[in-house]
Design a protein around this ligand. Structure first.
Ligand SMILES: *[C@@H]1O[C@H](CO)[C@@H](O)[C@H](O)[C@H]1NC(C)=O
Ligand SMILES: *[C@@H]1O[C@H](CO)[C@@H](O)[C@H](O)[C@H]1NC(C)=O
Ligand SMILES: *[C@@H]1O[C@H](CO)[C@@H](O)[C@H](O)[C@H]1NC(C)=O
Length: 381
């Protein structure tokens, strides 16, 4: 009987694994969140070490030669050390440094990928930096190859850069007998961006996984309201469509990590009485989930779920806010499992209600974790 129970448990647990690994939960952690003065700063030691399988430290940058990794803030090295100390609480946790981001722009990456010598020098420097600071890998956030000043040829150069890094990391692992350093990337996923920036087959081959930024499909720049992280929709701006598109283009599907936002996009309504999807807006910004949940809880905003898109929005006076809540995240986790993708990425762990201002701590991240662990009980039921 004991044996029987054991085999059933094994069977159940394999349902939440893809090709032998538990679905990844990749969390970005922004170093500037440690400096927040709104009552919700997040320090590395306050991150629950078991919520994420990978934590990406955002961001680092490149020096003027574009071959050397630099920290952005004077406090970053200290934060990195404290972040990596989480591995004593969860030895399976992997940490990566994230290089780039929107602010760094495209030109330094262009310079890096412009010559074999620069790429080789950078590869060595990256290995030294990661090993010296006890990281498990690097995540490249080039926004974007072939755009923002970078020429069209950088679409291919990005693939070359990943190949050089992959080969250098593999060689270092052989020499050092340490686990191979991880190589991941963050990508924007719309049709036009994909077409312009990514040789999907090549990048998929050389990186360990791909963090797909599946948000900002709509934002205040549209001048009209719309969901920013729809699972489905009638147009192309949704997760289902873009993930399928990347598969068709040759991405290895177990390397696709579906990104979800822990922030809302805010639209300022032109007329507060006209507050549907597609209503006119001017300007806006974004709002962390820890503020969204407080607006919902204190009754100043009301949540409405879009049935087709499978995400909520809320209206708070002149503000129209599109975001994800625990139940929309559960649906996204189910989608990832059903389709056999690699996991879920979140931007960013520090935007969740990490202090429990609205009740339990980390309501969004726990929804992701519970969703991933849930599959077994469905089989049992
Ligand atoms: C994509 O790019 C094409 C060509 O530049 C442009 O005509 C089209 O409007 C773009 N599509 C979207 C959805 O932005
Ligand atoms: C939104 O409005 C701004 C300011 O009027 C304008 O510059 C911009 O082109 C508009 N964007 C779109 C997508 O229509
Ligand atoms: C999901 O995307 C696929 C491929 O684009 C499409 O055929 C399918 O209808 C979409 N599903 C939904 C529910 O929209």
């Amino acid at each position: 009987m004991a044996f029987l129970r054991f085999t059933i448990l094994v069977f159940i647990s394999t349902n939440s694994f893809v090709l032998g690994h538990e679905l990844w939960r990749v969390c970005y952690y922004t170093s500037w969140s440690s400096q927040r003065t709104d009552g919700q700063p997040l320090l590395p030691e306050d991150i629950d070490a078991n919520l994420c399988t990978h934590i990406n430290f955002a961001f680092t940058t490149l020096d003027s030669s574009a071959t050397e990794i630099l920290t952005e803030q004077t406090y970053d090295l200290n934060l990195m050390q404290r972040l990596n100390a989480l591995k004593t609480r969860n030895p399976a946790l992997k940490t990566l440094i994230s290089l780039g981001g929107w602010e760094m722009g495209s030109m330094k990456f262009h310079k890096l990928a412009a010559s074999q010598a620069n790429m080789n020098k950078f590869a060595q420097n990256a290995i030294d930096f990661l090993r010296a600071h006890n990281f498990d890998g690097i995540d490249l956030d080039w926004e974007y190859p072939g755009a923002r000043g970078s020429p069209a040829t950088d679409k291919h150069a990005f693939g070359e850069l990943l190949m050089v890094l992959h080969n250098a990391f593999a060689a270092e692992s052989q020499r050092s007998h340490k686990n191979k350093l991880l190589l991941t990337i963050a990508v924007a996923t719309s049709h036009n961006r994909t077409q312009e920036s990514y040789d999907v087959r090549m990048i998929s081959r050389y990186c360990d996984f791909i963090n797909m930024m599946m948000y900002d499909f709509h934002g205040s720049w549209d001048n009209k309201t719309g969901p920013h992280s729809a699972l489905y929709s009638d147009d192309e701006y949704n997760i289902n469509h873009t993930a399928s598109h990347w598969e068709i283009l040759g991405a290895q599907k177990d390397k696709l990590v579906i990104g979800v936002p822990f922030y809302g996009n805010v639209f300022t309504l032109l007329d507060p009485n006209d507050d549907d999807v597609g209503s006119a807006s001017f300007g806006g910004g974004n709002m962390p989930y820890y503020m969204i949940c407080q607006a919902l809880q204190d009754g100043t905003a009301q949540e409405i779920v879009l049935n087709n898109e499978r995400v909520p929005y809320m209206v708070q006076g002149k503000n129209w806010v599109t975001y994800d809540n625990p139940s929309s995240l559960r649906e996204k986790v189910d989608f990832v499992k059903k389709r056999g993708y690699g996991g879920i990425m979140v931007w960013a762990i520090d935007l969740d209600d990490s202090h429990g201002a609205c009740g339990h701590k980390y309501p969004l991240m726990n929804a992701v974790v519970d969703g991933i662990k849930q599959s077994g009980s469905v089989v049992v039921g």
